[in-house]
Design a protein around this ligand. Sequence first.
Ligand code: GLC
Length: 727
Amino acid sequence: MMISGKTRVLGTLALLLCSTAALADDDASASSRAAATVAKMTTDEQTILTHGIMPMALGDFGSGGPKFPDDAVPGAGYIYGIPRLNVPSLRETDASLGVAYIGGLRKDGATALPSGMAMASTWNPALIEAGGAMIGSEAKAKGFNVMLAGGTNLMRDPRNGRTFEYMGEDPLLAGTLAGAAIRGIQSNHIISTTKHFALNDYETARDFANIIVSDKNARESDLLAFEIAIEQGKPGSVMCAYNKINDHYACDNDYTLNKVLKGDWGWKGFVMSDWGAVHSPTTALNGLDQQSAWILDGKDYLGKILAENAAKDPAYAARVKDMNQRVLYAIYANKLDSDPAMKGGAIDFEAHGAVAQKVAEQGIVLLRNEGNILPLAASAKRITVIGGYADSGVLSGGGSSQVEGPGGPAVAIPLGGDGAFALFFSQAYQRSSPLKAMKALAPDTKFSFTRGDYITDAVIAAKKADVVVIFATQWSTEGVDLPDLSLPHGQDALIDAVASANPHTIVVLENGSPVLMPWLNKTAAVLESWFPGARGGQAIANILYGKVNPSGHLPGSFPASLDQLPRPALPGAETIEPDFQGKAHPGEALTIDYNIEGADIGYRWYARNHTKPLFPFGFGLSYTSFALSGLKVDAHNMTASFTVANTGSVAGDDVAQVYLTSAAGTAHERLVGFQRVSLAPGTKQSVTVKIDPRLLAEWNGTGWTVRGGQYSFALGTSAADLQPAIS
Ligand code: GLC
């Protein structure tokens, strides 16, 4: 496709921004209502919405602040309302995967969606929106009206401890799906955040890591993901991150908060801090609108101190009004006042579990299936199941996003440590046993289970079986990065020994991040189930037995070795002791230069270095086969059209992906469009997807420019399996 001359592309694209008149009216009304309320505020009332407490009696963190208000719900945060002006209090819960369990503090449970990587593996915005609507309804039923969700950080390094929470390595995929999740959550008339703004792509040193990145590299990667998520999801709030960006804390950062978010993107909501991420009163001038859980910062920077500063400095006084305007805009735009959240709402856990199961089933990725050993025949007489607590449940990730169902986890392995947040620190398994689900689907099969603690008994059991299904787990958590990508606890050796003893070995991975697989070629099949959520066991069994045809596609590349990464040595690994809160490092410093890879994250890094990952971005197998053909790209309409055919014998879903492969004559790989398609065997479908011109453009310092010249595109079912467009 030829593009003539230089095309300036507006930052907020009409293509993506399809705001209708009705939306515009709501927006104007929320803005004008907010201004009217601000005008009525007394001086004292002006610093109520600008800071919050943490309504959890957690060690010495929760008890230091004022007595918890009657309408507070034990959870992450609480912002006092202003009854005189009918402004509701804000009751805040984590997070992107459902209402956080917080160690059972509320003695209730919630429906756990599968992890962000599982959600992203569905490539299905409509389903992720339904998932958001489900968890948002549970938050509201428990009395929360703010959900600290919308995790949108890109997988720059698969060792990031929170990779599991996020949506992979690509800005279009992550931004589109995070935007869908936010839309779903806010459809309940509660506020969702998007987080952690921005470039918070590591965990261990998150409290003090200084990310060095150029404006161009940030705009074309992490910031683009947030820009798309914010355009498509319209979150009421953005949560700024812990780390520094070019020497300034993300919550005290004029560049990201004032220039990019509020200036260039024209975003009208409010910026809340992460918990314990505020270090100075100047945050008020550099874009922060609300200090969360101020007790964690030690000082009430955006409460008492802000009031004092506003009384003597016009710059602070102006900002106080704007801070209130923004919080009130988010409240009114999401109807928190007119459709209030109330404790004690009913929750249909059966129906909600079905939503979680559907996400899990569509997010499970079939990575290997030698000799079509899968789907399992119900006739398999003897199956040995090994490891992963598969007789009890499925693994979930650690930290503030951890969700457990009613009754709590089936298995919880505390990791010890002290401090108020230790209760978040456990390897928890949700009550959904893959083994039980397999037995229900194959009542005539003789199953045996061994925990896999010892290779000896696992090998003995494997030799007796027709088929072995070995569950391998890699737990990861907020606050700590993974030291490498190997499977822990000797699982690699276990899998190698079992697969050597029985070639009909199927590996089911329950993991937060891409892992290395030294045993891969000895196995018959590999399923990537991530942290599969409240009904993960049933989902895994349905895929293993072919009740559901696997359709997940990887949202992040699986490296073949750590040497393939931009930073093979984990930043800070030699100098910084992992610590959940990252706070045990007074005076520590760590600079991480993202300009090494710049915006070439994941598949773009592999393309730039001509290296081959273990499994590429976008990869996923099926029990049927598909053919993609006839890609045509229309430069005028900015659309790509193609045909998908199911050439196999069973129904299934495919995820067709359209990639830019060269821009203005220079090699330049980037996902520019995708579409999930459901097809009966022997049928085909024509598909047209819109292309956002920003994905063809370069950031020029003040806007996007699409350079004139030849642009090439390709169609494929992964970043490594591409067929060029018909010229
Ligand atoms: C955490 C997390 C953030 C969470 C907040 C409240 O430290 O970084 O994602 O929403 O605190 O729990």
